[in-house]
Ligand binder design. Structure first.
Ligand code: NAD
Length: 374
């Protein structure tokens, strides 16, 4: 019987930007299987999260590493892009998790051009273990000099700054503007807090338990306190209780996705009524949906411009900055980049995402010009 030999193209992800290195890690005694992708380091050592999940893959790791190359370059950081994935259930017993994370850290000890950060399935404590093993990690616990980016709302703060710039761009008065937030977690609730400080009115918010809506405005501080105590939005005594999907139909000026990928698709994009969509979540729209929004005149601020507050904060921490410096850096960088992207998008009549990618590519190419090995 003739067997067909399938030759896998191990360089199938390669293009002019990277990836520079793909490392498969296997430590049977620790039960560790992981992959690290260092994509492009022209701007500096790669920064990117460590994701732990049972169903991660090389392809996912590469796509996330490339996304970090663009996000870090677009944010103007002196860092390239990388990512790593660990195969496993993040809810495993703590002692086993520590063993796996430490074994992972030991395995990437010599990958000195990769600085790990937290991502789905890992947290500040995990970064503390990695720093303890290797001397480098970002997103550390405050006990060892970290800036607690989710606690202070770094990404939500940046998102609100992007919204302010975009409002000026489309002639929308932020004071009194009505906004809705899908996913009232670390990103969503802090974005709501900072926008409410500018006079914007939260008319709906959702979490996994459903949507809470009130056209007259919800009490943001009460909802943040509710979520901080571990309770769902539907436990709030006021407002209409609707199902989770109802958030899509809310009549508002600003609609903020801050939960999962691909929530706005070709089949439901017509339900979005807002004029502005600052993307807190990563890839919340399919590309068809994003194009449809653009054609309808809905201004989308692409994820890797609008939600860069977290990585700017992590990079500030890595370089020894304080919480105050982190807020200043997020404010300056996100305002500048949002303005550049929206102006270029208008000037060349292209999608904001295409303008943002062009900005990031220009910065990476310019950095590559300075390197001997590109
Ligand atoms: P989180 O877990 O703190 O919050 C997520 C919230 O979304 C929770 O309130 C959860 O109940 C809700 N949720 C989950 N599925 C939902 C659904 N189908 N409908 C409505 N609500 C739903 O997570 P986070 O850190 O706030 O991250 C949210 C998104 O932002 C993710 O896509 C993440 O990748 C992205 N992001 C986060 C950061 C950061 O700094 N945390 C930075 C950049 C991007």
């Amino acid at each position: 019987m003739k067997t067909e030999r399938v030759v896998e193209d191990v360089f199938r992800f390669s293009d002019e930007f990277g990836p520079a290195r793909i490392v498969h890690i296997h430590r049977p005694s620790a039960g560790l299987k992981a992959i690290a992708v260092i994509d492009n380091t022209a701007c500096g050592p790669a920064v990117g999260g460590v994701r732990m999940a049972p169903d991660v893959s090389l392809e996912e790791c590469f796509r996330l590493a490339r996304a970090m190359t663009w996000k870090n370059a677009a944010a103007g950081l002196s860092h390239g892009g990388g990512k790593s994935v660990i195969f496993g259930d993040p809810r495993m017993p703590a002692s086993h998790k520590e063993q796996i994370i430490r074994a992972f850290a030991d395995s990437i000890r010599d990958l000195t051009d990769y600085i790990p950060g937290p991502d789905m399935g890992t947290d500040e404590l995990c970064m503390g273990w990695i720093k303890d093993e290797t001397g480098r990690a970002a997103g550390l616990p405050s006990a060892v000099g970290g800036i607690p980016l989710n606690e202070i709302g770094a990404t939500g703060f940046g998102l609100a700054a992007a919204v302010e710039i975009a409002c000026g761009h489309i002639g929308l008065e932020l004071n009194g503007a009505r906004f809705a937030v899908q996913g009232f977690g670390a990103v969503g609730k802090h974005a709501a807090r900072f926008l409410a400080q500018e006079g914007a009115v939260l008319v709906a918010a959702s979490d996994t338990g459903g949507t809470l809506a009130d056209p007259a405005g919800l009490d943001v501080s009460a909802l943040v306190a509710l979520k901080d105590s571990g309770r769902p939005l539907h436990d709030h005594p006021r407002g209409q209780k609707l199902d989770g999907d109802a958030i899509l139909d809310i009549d508002c000026d600003i609609w903020i996705p801050a939960a999962r990928p691909d929530v706005v698709r070709a089949d439901n994009v017509h339900r979005i009524k807002a004029r502005l969509m600052p993307q807190g979540a990563n890839i919340p729209c399919t590309s068809e949906a994003e194009k449809a929004l653009h054609e309808r005149g809905v201004l989308v601020i692409p994820d890797f411009i609008a939600n860069a507050g977290g990585v700017i904060c992590a990079a500030t921490e890595f370089h020894g900055g304080t919480e105050r410096t982190a807020f200043d850096q997020i404010d300056t960088r996100i305002r500048t980049n949002t303005r550049l992207v929206l102006e270029d998008s208008r000037h060349r009549s292209v999608l904001p995402r295409d303008a943002a990618l062009a900005l990031a590519e220009r910065r990476v190419r310019a950095a590559m010009e300075t390197r001997r090995w590109r």
